[in-house]
Design a binder for this molecule. Structure first.
Ligand SMILES: *[C@@H]1O[C@H](CO)[C@@H](O)[C@H](O)[C@H]1NC(C)=O
Ligand SMILES: *[C@@H]1O[C@H](CO)[C@@H](O)[C@H](O)[C@H]1NC(C)=O
Ligand SMILES: *[C@@H]1O[C@H](CO)[C@@H](O)[C@H](O)[C@H]1NC(C)=O
Ligand SMILES: *[C@@H]1O[C@H](CO)[C@@H](O)[C@H](O)[C@H]1NC(C)=O
Ligand SMILES: *[C@@H]1O[C@H](CO)[C@@H](O)[C@H](O)[C@H]1NC(C)=O
Ligand SMILES: *[C@@H]1O[C@H](CO)[C@@H](O)[C@H](O)[C@H]1NC(C)=O
Ligand SMILES: *[C@@H]1O[C@H](CO)[C@@H](O)[C@H](O)[C@H]1NC(C)=O
Ligand SMILES: *[C@@H]1O[C@H](CO)[C@@H](O)[C@H](O)[C@H]1NC(C)=O
Length: 812
């Protein structure tokens, strides 16, 4: 068995690897009688990982380790981290007891795999996953495994490794940071799963102080962080009587991902393309100061978009005003009015909050929420309760006693889980009765706070991690990743002359790939947090959708801080570029417009009904409809789109983002969206195409109505054709125009239930004989909204009514 004999250190080996590779075929396994000395190594069969002795950069010690072989190399596992070798006279071999051992010069055992199982014919093999496995050498690779390095992680979790517990044996998998970049010995921080009560993810310092926490596991996710799931990795969380563990899979072949715990206790998800020479940080925790454990003390809530970010829970006041005024909130908050259990207290329901740490608590998975409440009322020291499992509408009972610790607020509705906080009856009364003057101030400051901070919390993968729980998603997403350099060259290094659009998210460039293909590149501005979230949403969603009336995503580019989406190029810009312009509107004759209407409708039908997923676009408008060379319409911008599962008919969001003029009333007021809210937007688009006027900002000398109201008045008066834009006067077909307007009015009816589905929209548009029902009054036909904030940032309007409602309750 020939092993490579190359004097080298993993940190300076790139050069000789280049010419050694084809000279010696390195082995991936080691048998009894063979050994590996300093400078020799095992190489996994797919050339991804190597095992051997190494010295960190500024260290005089040697360690046995496994490292990711392709540049940039990265040590992913260290055997003798706490017992370094002092010189290079070291050897890895099988000991008599059929254990793997590392021996020093005087043949003392420095490290041993220490497995109790005796094998007849053992072999140690380094797999392409990075796992070093000792097993029986049988013809099938599935020989009984007696020891594996994956069971003893150091500071890195690779695909296939576990974090958590085997409850049967009491064995724990956890990460422990390096002491420093030069010293792999056990450092201060550990990351693991705490299984006391319900599983929680925890980073601890020196085994005791918590520095970061996410959880408890609520059946679908660890509250507070998104399930770590992207297009690039698939997580699995197992939680049953015998096993509690987290692991993930790589889902893209030429990409490697790993979760690392660095020396300052920061968790990072790293990604590298195999041929790349850099590790990119895809996400890190803590994300912001509010993620630091217990930032605001007992009963304090951390709000990342507020200044100061620490506030007391409603019904509580700072324990020490002086300290809080100096922005030291560690002393936390106390109740304004003491609880008196002989006077029936009540509960304040709060959402958008993570659940408090499980310190003094009780779980009963059999109880309902109502039983939970009764129980919490019975127990005087119970301070709050919530469902322990959110699946299927919620079940189980989680009760807290004493102080509520480590609370933070989220702006994202996908975190929502209600918690009920016990307050004295008098306190509840004062909270729930309106406090008028302060509301306005609070509302104004919340809105400006939100606009300024954007959605600071969001990190890119959040939106993607939909409620999936422990089920792996089987389908892979096959979206090409482009190199930054390729895109830079294609767009003339993002030159001004190639810029074809810009917005709050960043800029859009036209480019030419070397094969001659024209592309449009949407480049997110760095630090656009909200943009990032929408970016990943779009990548995930649109990669799975293909239809001639949807814009095609060709790939994406993720490198360093760069995030780009690469689309097919649409030479004819967007619909609004034509129809609202006095000169250009003549370029779109009635026939083209009618074809465009049908195309948009087909694209929407595909999203709603015919694709594998049911997708609600949520931001359909004329500027999101692009036109190709032949003026075929393509729906674009899936940044806000949502996937609906199985029987889901309607969803609600607290973060209402869309565009005024196109939003349906139920969405704008209540955050409810469904296929019918898209139908409403389509109706507006139809009327805009026919009239050449924008719904928003429409004015008429005779009345105060908007375009929808105007169209309805004309239709009711039998003067429908007067809506037609003058540019269409010599090309139109009256029956088509009338049908178009009629269908448009059906789509914008006030009640979602009255609006037609997309399949009937298409049927009504395309069939001369179809008999159309009478439209009822449109939604929003009178309503006007302030028109001052036109086209400001990412989305024109950030409508935050529900967030405001919640804040009103505070009335400090
Ligand atoms: C495993 O056993 C086979 C024969 O049974 C032998 O050819 C092979 O070299 C052994 N592999 C190792 C790594 O020892
Ligand atoms: C080998 O290790 C043993 C035990 O750790 C130690 O006592 C001895 O000094 C080491 N020998 C050398 C040459 O480093
Ligand atoms: C090896 O295992 C035994 C028991 O199985 C344990 O007592 C001992 O501490 C272990 N040694 C090492 C170095 O892990
Ligand atoms: C728990 O899950 C693991 C992994 O899915 C499985 O092997 C084990 O049988 C399960 N245990 C129980 C009690 O369901
Ligand atoms: C840990 O990671 C963070 C973020 O990348 C970095 O700022 C910090 O310096 C790292 N700590 C160490 C000790 O490397
Ligand atoms: C904050 O207040 C606590 C006492 O409640 C004190 O121990 C701590 O040192 C203070 N921290 C700072 C940064 O002043
Ligand atoms: C609690 O309420 C009861 C009945 O109203 C009253 O008698 C008692 O003094 C109260 N206790 C405290 C600690 O306020
Ligand atoms: C929950 O219900 C199951 C069966 O209904 C029962 O076996 C179990 O003891 C109950 N657990 C608790 C904590 O009440």
């Amino acid at each position: 068995m020939a092993l490579q004999k190359v004097p080298y250190s993993p940190f300076f080996y790139c050069v000789h690897v280049m010419f050694m590779l084809h000279l010696v075929v390195a082995s991936d396994s080691l048998s009894p009688g063979q050994s590996i000395k300093d400078g020799e190594r095992l190489v996994s069969s797919g050339q991804s990982f190597e095992l051997g002795f190494f010295s960190p950069e500024n260290s005089k010690y040697k360690y046995l380790g496994v490292w990711y072989k392709l540049s940039p190399e990265k040590v992913v596992w260290v055997a003798n981290r706490n017992n370094p070798l002092t010189d290079s006279n070291c050897v890895l071999t099988f000991s008599d007891e059929r254990n793997l051992v590392v021996l020093n010069r005087s043949k003392s055992i420095i490290w041993s795999s220490n497995s109790s199982r005796v094998l007849r014919n053992p072999v140690a093999r380094l797999f392409d996953s990075g796992n070093l496995v000792v097993s029986e050498n049988t013809s099938s690779h599935s020989g009984a495994c007696s020891w594996q390095s994956f069971d003893y992680p150091t500071d890195i979790l690779l695909a296939g490794m576990r974090l958590g517990w085997s409850l049967k044996t009491g064995f724990e998998w956890s990460l422990t940071s390096w002491k420093s970049t030069d010293d792999p010995s056990s450092g201060d921080y550990t990351f693991g799963i705490n299984v006391n009560g319900l599983p929680q993810l925890e980073v601890r310092k020196r085994g005791s102080t918590k520095t970061f926490r996410a959880g408890p596991w609520n059946g679908l996710r660890f509250m507070g962080i998104p399930a770590i799931e992207t297009t690039l990795l698939r997580p699995l969380f197992v939680y049953n009587d015998t096993d509690v563990h987290y692991e993930f899979d790589n889902s893209v072949d030429d990409i490697i991902t790993m979760l690392t715990l660095n020396q300052s206790g920061l968790l990072e998800l790293l990604l590298s393309k195999k041929e790349n020479s850099r590790w990119d940080v895809m996400a890190s925790f803590p994300r912001d100061p509010c993620d630091n454990y217990g930032q605001c003390g007992a009963n304090g809530v951390c709000k990342s978009n507020k200044d100061p970010r620490c506030q007391c829970l409603q019904g509580f006041v700072p324990k020490s005003q002086e300290e809080w005024q100096l922005f030291n909130s560690t002393s936390g908050c106390i109740r304004k009015a003491q609880l008196n259990c002989s006077q029936e207290p009540g509960f304040l329901k709060i959402s958008m909050l993570n659940l408090p740490d499980l310190i003094d608590f009780r779980v009963n998975k059999n109880m309902s929420l109502e039983e939970c409440k009764v129980e919490c009322l019975k127990k005087c020291s119970c301070t709050a309760y919530a469902n322990s499992d959110v699946r299927g509408g919620g079940s189980g009972c989680l009760m807290w006693f004493g102080n509520l610790v480590d609370l933070r607020e989220f702006e994202q509705d996908n975190y929502v889980q209600n918690i009920y906080i016990k307050l004295s009856a008098s306190e509840l009364d004062s909270i729930q009765s309106p406090v008028n003057k302060k509301i306005l101030v609070t509302v104004a400051s919340v809105i400006s706070g939100l606009l300024i901070a954007g959605v600071a919390l969001s990190i890119m993968w959040k939106s993607i991690m939909k409620r999936r729980g422990s089920q792996r998603q089987k389908e892979d997403i096959d979206l090409p990743l482009y190199d930054f350099s390729t895109i830079a060259v294609a767009t003339g290094h993002f030159s001004q002359t190639n810029m074809i659009g810009a917005g709050g998210f960043g800029s859009v460039y036209k480019g030419n790939l070397s094969m001659g293909q024209e592309i449009a590149v949407k480049r997110l501005s760095k630090g656009s947090r909200q943009g990032l979230e929408e970016f990943m949403n779009e990548v995930l969603l649109i990669a799975k959708l293909q239809h001639r009336n949807l814009v095609e995503l060709l790939g994406c580019c993720i490198e360093g801080e760069e995030r780009m989406l690469i689309y097919e190029y649409m030479p004819n810009k967007s619909l609004d570029y034509f129809i609202f312009d006095d000169d250009r509107s003549f370029l779109l004759a009635w026939k083209s417009r009618f074809d465009i209407v049908l195309g948009i409708a087909r694209g929407l039908l595909y999203l709603h009904q015919d694709s594998k997923l049911q997708v609600i676009h949520r931001d359909l408008k004329t500027s999101n409809i692009l036109l190709d060379v032949d003026l075929n319409p393509k729906i674009s911008d899936f940044g806000l789109a949502r996937i609906f599962g199985g029987n889901e008919r309607e969803a609600r969001t607290k973060r209402i983002i869309g565009t005024y003029g196109y939003m349906s009333p139920e969405y704008a007021f209540d955050g409810k969206f469904s296929v019918k809210s898209d139908v409403f937007s389509l109706g507006v688009v139809l009327l805009e195409i026919v009239s050449g006027k924008r719904n928003r900002g429409f004015c008429h000398p005779d009345h105060e109505h908007n375009l929808l109201g105007h169209a309805w008045l004309l239709w009711s008066a039998g003067r429908t054709l007067e809506l037609l834009h003058e540019s269409l006067c010599d090309s139109f077909i009256a029956s088509q125009v009338e049908r178009c307007i009629h269908v448009g009015l059906l789509c914008v009816q006030k009640l979602p239930g009255d609006r037609p589905t997309m399949s009937s929209v298409i049927f009504m548009l395309a069939n001369e004989e179809a008999i159309l029902p009478k439209p009822k009054q449109p939604g929003f036909y009178m309503e006007r909204v302030p028109s001052s904030t036109e086209a400001s940032s990412i989305r024109e309007d950030l409508y935050t009514r529900n967030i405001v409602t919640i804040t009103m309750l505070e009335g400090r």
